[in-house]
Write a protein that binds this ligand. Structure first.
Ligand code: LLP
Length: 431
């Protein structure tokens, strides 16, 4: 459920008509709904009631400061995967103790930063990383809680590129090596190896792979406890899918069904649980709004060329993802929808958002909205083709604010400079 609905024939974000924002900030732009964000967080939290759970929002899905602050105010922590994310999370008001540091290749600088600022937990991805963390924590005079991120060899995820829990994937510690590594961790200074972490993929639309992985984690917990280890924290990762395309019938399990399964499989262990949902919290809370530049007909195709491109929303080009597209002005009841390709202006055939998708008649200047674009939308955008990152707007009720503005080309260029042997006098003068 989300708060992007037609009101008097115009698509609104909560109580704000999207054309009003378009007039103000220009297109394309991302727009997030505070009410949707809040609702999704609360629904997820409610689904975990009775469990001692912390929700560590996977900020790789959306790292906008205002989005993070909204979640921090609701009590969320964060799952971060870089030193940059860690710093942004702190700036957003996430308590360090509620931050989990994941990621398959953390640098020594990142590990040092996280430990010195009091990170809640580091999820360890390899034997070598365990040694590094122990060395750095000891040198800082700290003890940091670590989880071994285990690889349960479970296939899951909406797409091969986002499936992370199979044996051959780069993630996690191979199941066969896990017990020995816990034994080793117990002997190392600076680390408290009292946690297990697992994350098997993203956009998962059935409960079975979660249940298979969590069952393995339960068995491992019991096995380690039987050996005398204290295992009191389990980090169950993220991955719960969202419905993307109104035309497909894929209906992911609800957070409540997911929570029931977690309670059934892991509820009896008395562990503190951490969850790292990204998409399910923020996916439906955001749309990307773009404007039609031109309609282009060929004998075989109709193209809708828009001012957003693959650099702004890369998911269709990268994963073949389909985002529902809605005209911002509500079409008449029998709009005479026709199949069109919706494409961006970039010189790549992959710069295509939809193929043979049935849309009501559109013309230059019309606005369209890409639904479910709050997760891995802006966060994955780039400046390919020297296109500035597009603004992000947060709506709350009848008010809205630009929470990241569009940089000027001059600002983008400010990071570049010509070497002395290429700079001419004019450059030297203008700096
Ligand atoms: N925890 C870890 C360790 C992860 O690697 C991820 C996502 C999450 C949590 C959050 O997963 P979620 O709840 O959002 O499914 N760019 C891709 C998705 C990549 C997901 C990577 N890891 C996409 O646009 O579909």
């Amino acid at each position: 459920m989300h708060h992007f609905v037609y009101c008097k024939g115009v698509l609104n974000a909560e109580d704000v008509p999207l054309p009003e924002i378009a007039r103000d900030v220009g297109t394309p732009f991302y727009c997030y709904s505070s009410a949707t964000l809040t609702r999704h967080y609360l629904v997820f939290r409610e689904a975990l009631k009775g469990l001692d759970a912390t929700i560590c929002f996977a900020m790789k899905a959306n790292s906008n400061l205002a989005v993070l602050r909204t979640l921090a105010d609701l009590g969320a922590g964060c799952d971060v995967v870089s030193g940059g994310e860690f710093e942004v999370a702190l700036r957003a008001g996430m308590p360090a103790a509620k931050i989990v540091f994941s990621g398959v290749g953390k640098t020594e600088e990142e590990i040092r930063l996280a430990i010195s600022r009091g990170v809640g937990q580091i999820n360890v991805e390899s034997a070598a990383e365990l040694d590094t963390i122990s060395r750095i924590a000891s040198s800082l005079g700290r003890t940091v809680r670590i989880a071994l991120r285990v690889n349960p060899d479970v296939a899951a995820g909406g797409h091969d590129k986002i499936s992370t829990g199979r044996k051959e994937d780069k993630f996690g510690i191979d199941w066969s090596q896990v017990p020995d590594l816990y034994r080793k961790a117990r002997t190392l200074p600076g680390v408290a190896a009292t946690a297990i972490a697992v994350h098997i993929g993203s956009q998962i639309t059935t409960l079975a792979p979660f249940e298979a992985a969590f069952t393995k984690v339960r068995d491992l917990t019991l096995q380690l406890r039987a050996e005398g280890f204290t295992i009191d924290h389990l980090d169950l990762g993220g991955g719960l899918g969202v419905p993307y395309d109104h035309l497909s019938n894929t209906q992911p399990p609800s957070p409540a069904e997911y929570g029931d399964m977690v309670r059934r499989v892991l509820g009896g262990l008395g562990c503190k649980l951490a969850f790292e949902p990204g998409r399910v919290i923020v996916g439906n809370a955001g749309v990307m709004v773009a404007k039609v530049i031109v309609m282009k007909d060929s004998p075989t195709k109709k193209f809708v060329v828009i001012d957003a491109a693959m650099n702004d929303l890369v998911r269709p080009a990268m994963y073949g993802a389909r985002h529902e597209i809605l005209p911002v002005v509500e079409p008449p009841m029998s709009p005479g929808a026709q199949p069109v390709d919706v494409v961006g202006p970039i010189c790549e055939t992959s710069d295509r958002f939809a193929q043979d998708c049935r849309l009501p008649p559109l013309k230059a200047g019309d606005l369209i909205a890409f639904m479910t674009a709050g997760a891995y939308g802006s966060a994955m955008s780039s400046t390919y083709n020297s296109r500035p990152l597009i603004p992000e707007v947060l709506v709350q009720g009848a008010r809205y604010a630009v929470v990241r503005r569009r940089p000027s080309i001059a600002e983008m260029l400010a990071l570049e400079q010509l070497p002395s042997w290429l700079a001419d006098e004019q450059d030297a003068k203008t700096g």
